[in-house]
Design a protein around this ligand. Structure first.
Ligand code: GDP
Ligand code: MG
Length: 208
């Protein structure tokens, strides 16, 4: 059976850790130094392959709302993957991660199979490092999360974040844990017109 999946991803974490830069790097393979915090919900899409399947990733960015911890339900509802980002040069962004995990889990109770990834961004700033990679690794193990240190500037490990998470979703699907016809798991069936929704704020016409 050849089946297209679409997976909903969300990216969270403190302001300025590089969430929008990571997304931009993944989508455009480029670094944008001045990402503008648009107001409203924004998402972007890219296809990847896992085994013999083509999977469409729909990735939601907080668009500046993270400063207020005030996401609309549409933001976190029915996600397949949550990516938690901190900045390896700012300890407080790392210690904030468990709070972000709690917030998303509280607001995403409909998906017990949520795949989580912890990302220490700005690995290019080694001289300014304030969080040891072993601390990140330990936190990820405690929260049963994948863990990566990455850099939106160099592109190091950026594709891996999104691909490993998609692989884990696919494993859960193969294990029979996920009912793909049930939207709450963040798996959606294709085909879909992703372009419709790739501009800021426009959410009509898709079931996200
Ligand atoms: P957001 O608020 O989490 O979306 O963060 P942004 O993507 O807007 O990035 C915040 C700042 O960090 C910007 O000045 C970016 O240029 C910078 N930045 C983002 N990613 C990296 C990175 O991997 N390395 C370095 N050195 N700077 C980064
Ligand atoms: Mg941003």
């Amino acid at each position: 059976m050849s089946q297209d999946f679409f997976l909903k991803y969300i990216i969270v974490g403190n302001t300025s850790v590089g969430k929008s830069a990571i997304l931009h790097r993944f989508i455009k393979n480029d670094f944008k130094s001045d990402t503008i915090a648009t107001v409203g919900v924004d998402y972007k899409a890219r296809n990847i392959n896992v085994e013999d399947k083509s999977i469409g990733l729909m990735i939601w960015d907080t668009a500046g709302m993270e400063a207020y911890r005030s996401f609309t339900q549409a933001y976190y509802r029915s996600s397949a993957v949550a990516i938690f980002v901190y900045d390896i040069t700012k300890k407080e962004t790392f210690t904030a991660i468990p709070g972000w995990i709690q917030l998303i889990r509280q607001n995403c109770p409909d998906n017990p199979h949520l795949v989580t990834v912890i990302v220490g961004n700005k690995s290019d700033l080694e001289q300014q490092r304030a969080v040891d990679s072993t601390e990140g690794d330990k936190m990820a193990k405690e929260h049963k999360s994948l863990f990566f240190e990455a850099s939106a500037v160099t592109g190091d490990n950026i594709d891996e974040i999104f691909e490993k998470a998609a692989q884990q979703c696919f494993e859960k699907y193969k294990d029979g844990d996920i009912d793909i016809t049930n939207d709450t798991f963040g798996f959606l069936l294709g085909p879909r017109q992703l372009e419709i929704c790739s501009t800021g704020g426009e959410t009509s016409g898709c079931s996200c």
